[in-house]
Design a protein around this ligand. Sequence first.
Ligand SMILES: *Cc1c(COP(=O)(O)O)cnc(C)c1O
Length: 375
Amino acid sequence: MSYTVAKGNQRVDPDQVGEAGKIPEGVVDLRSDTVTRPTPEMRRAMAEAEVGDDVYGEDPTVNRLERRAAEIFGKEAALFVPTGCMGNLICIKVWTHHGDEVICEERSHVNLYELASMSAIAGCMPRVARGEDGILTWKQIEAVIRPKIYYDSQTALVCLENTSNMAGGTVYSTAQVEDICDHAHKMGLKVHLDGARIFNAATALGDHVAVMTRKVDSVMFCLSKGLGAPVGSMIAGTKAFIEKARVYRKMFGGGMRQAGVIAAASLIALEKSPARLHIDHENAKRLAEGIAEIPGLSIDPNKVRSNIVIFDCSKTGKTAVELCDALHPHGVWAQDTALYSVRVVTHCDVDRAGIERALVVLKEVVARTQRAGAS
Ligand SMILES: *Cc1c(COP(=O)(O)O)cnc(C)c1O
């Protein structure tokens, strides 16, 4: 069996990225907010970070980051983990036993993009439900909960995703999350929140993450996306939960030593980046409005609430891969997410001028493919 490294996503020639690993000059990289580079302030903090062995609990910078994250989220404790995937897996592992079911949205990251780790490693079955715009309601969740019969596998956990990535960065309101938590808890189920982009959700809602996550049993969020840190995610919950999570982090190979070097950048990301996310959201809105005006592309800009824009390109006669390939030589990088779906994500390394340039290129490339198709 053979794999591609990244289904057409790998756009930078590894040998040609230049000394600082910079995105080539003039490129508007909208594939994901994971491509963000650390700021000079982060790089300085990394160079100067106080470090120790974090497996012994002795890295002062990691400890500071974990205390600060717990404080911001209003939780008892937090844990620094290498990736969001590991963070989600650790939480799923803590809340379940082998053979349990985990309810999640059909398009959710835990279901589609984590290599079935909840099955392969935690021994659980994803039980999917389809939510409108990726947002589940208690009614939809309730419908897939297993009855308490000994020959049925049992539901243990509900996993929500806010913002909902593959639904186009849609947002759960705090009331929606709390309604699900109240009902789930009454039935003895735990609720984990994949909050990879929880700060984007907070920005969209004008709400505080501590309020938004008050009732969930665990939350994971990424430092390495819109917040701009080079590496890392965090999970937060009760002290007892984090004690167990720490064991699984080590078991899964995520016990890091002098991790203060990356935690130092994460501290800056956590303190400073949330306040600027509204800029990314305004840029995404502009992008969506511009895309809606391009003949052949379809999107409802009113549904764009955060930094993710997913549009349909089926009327161009091109697949999403073909369209992304056609955009690439013009310095606009996008990502196919389905046969006719293209995702563009705004972030701190793309400014308004970049957005306008992306729209000009997109319009021209689509028009050209349609002229070519007509002849
Ligand atoms: C990015 C992402 C993750 C975790 O990704 P890592 O690359 O492992 O850090 C988890 N959930 C969602 C919704 C994501 O977008």
